[in-house]
Design a binder for this molecule. Structure first.
Ligand code: 5RP
Length: 270
């Protein structure tokens, strides 16, 4: 990895802990105005100070995120798409140029692969092409192992998808937590971050985060379990405590509830 690529990746995966809390807000590229992201700018702004990195689409980044406020937050921009929730999910292609990624001053680009999906070949070759571009310009590529409708999220499948991504040259990989998760991270030669998945109770999301870290993930790239929480700012701080301080899920949930109560009191005084 050349200096520039390492420098960009270290903006995301923090050198002091070797961990990261990425905030995924790219859902709209195939889900439209999903719950919690109806007004993306309003959702993202208060969370920026607590995110090690933000994962938006270029459209939301340009339209909804203040470049000055985000000057300290590394961006990993969604570079694949072309599908929607009402079509074949695996029907994705590269949807932005490396030139535009550089223009946006991002620290990484993200592309979904659909191993076993109808368009698996195209998504995998697209990953290889994006890695070629990333190597050329020193830009880390995050492979997102999307799971098509009919594909299971077990260790056998996810370790296949993550390993293929790494073999094709992805610099880090995002995948879901599963039973025997250490089989997934242990056979993937590049860093793995966990996607949060569908919204679940905050304590359960913190337990999942802790299990993923103990199972070898370097962090999370979490969306709905942060911005759909009752108090997203409290939740991202609790997730940070688990990821960067190895706090137990129970203590992190107590932290969540304390910050949430404090925020409620502050709002009451306004
Ligand atoms: C597509 C994505 C999702 O937008 C991202 O994974 C969502 O994060 P979460 O599952 O935590 O809401 O990148 O696969």
């Amino acid at each position: 990895m050349d200096w520039g690529l390492k420098n960009r990746l270290s903006r995301v995966i923090k050198p002091d802990t070797g961990r990261c809390v990425m905030l995924a807000v790219d859902h709209g590229y195939f889900l439209g105005p999903t719950t919690g992201l109806e007004d993306a700018g309003k959702t993202i702004a208060p969370l920026l100070p607590y995110a090690d990195a933000l994962m938006p689409t270029r459209g939301v980044l340009r339209a909804c995120v203040d470049p000055a406020q985000a000057q300290g937050t590394p961006i990993v921009v969604r570079a694949s798409g072309g599908n929607s929730i009402i079509g074949e999910l695996s029907d994705e292609d590269i949807t932005m140029s490396m030139e535009d990624a550089l223009r946006l001053n991002v620290s990484g680009v993200a592309l979904s692969i659909y191993v076993g999906g109808e368009y698996q070949h195209r998504t995998l070759v697209n990953l290889a092409r994006l890695v070629d571009e990333g190597q050329r310009y020193g830009m880390p590529v995050l492979a997102v192992t999307a799971v098509g409708k009919d594909l299971g999220k077990d260790a056998r499948y996810l370790s296949l998808a993550c390993r293929i991504a790494a073999e094709l040259g992805a610099h880090f990989v995002k995948t879901y937590y599963c039973k025997d998760f250490e089989r997934v991270t242990g056979t993937c030669p590049v860093p793995v971050v966990m996607a949060g998945g569908k919204k679940i109770p905050e304590l359960d999301a913190l337990k999942l985060t802790s299990k993923a870290i103990k199972g070898g993930a370097v962090g999370v790239d979490m969306g709905r379990n942060i911005f759909q929480a009752d108090d997203p700012v409290a939740m991202i701080q609790a997730v940070r405590a688990v990821v960067h301080q190895n706090m137990s899920p129970k203590k992190a949930h107590d932290l969540y509830r304390g910050i949430k109560a404090s925020n409620k009191r502050k709002r009451g005084r306004k």
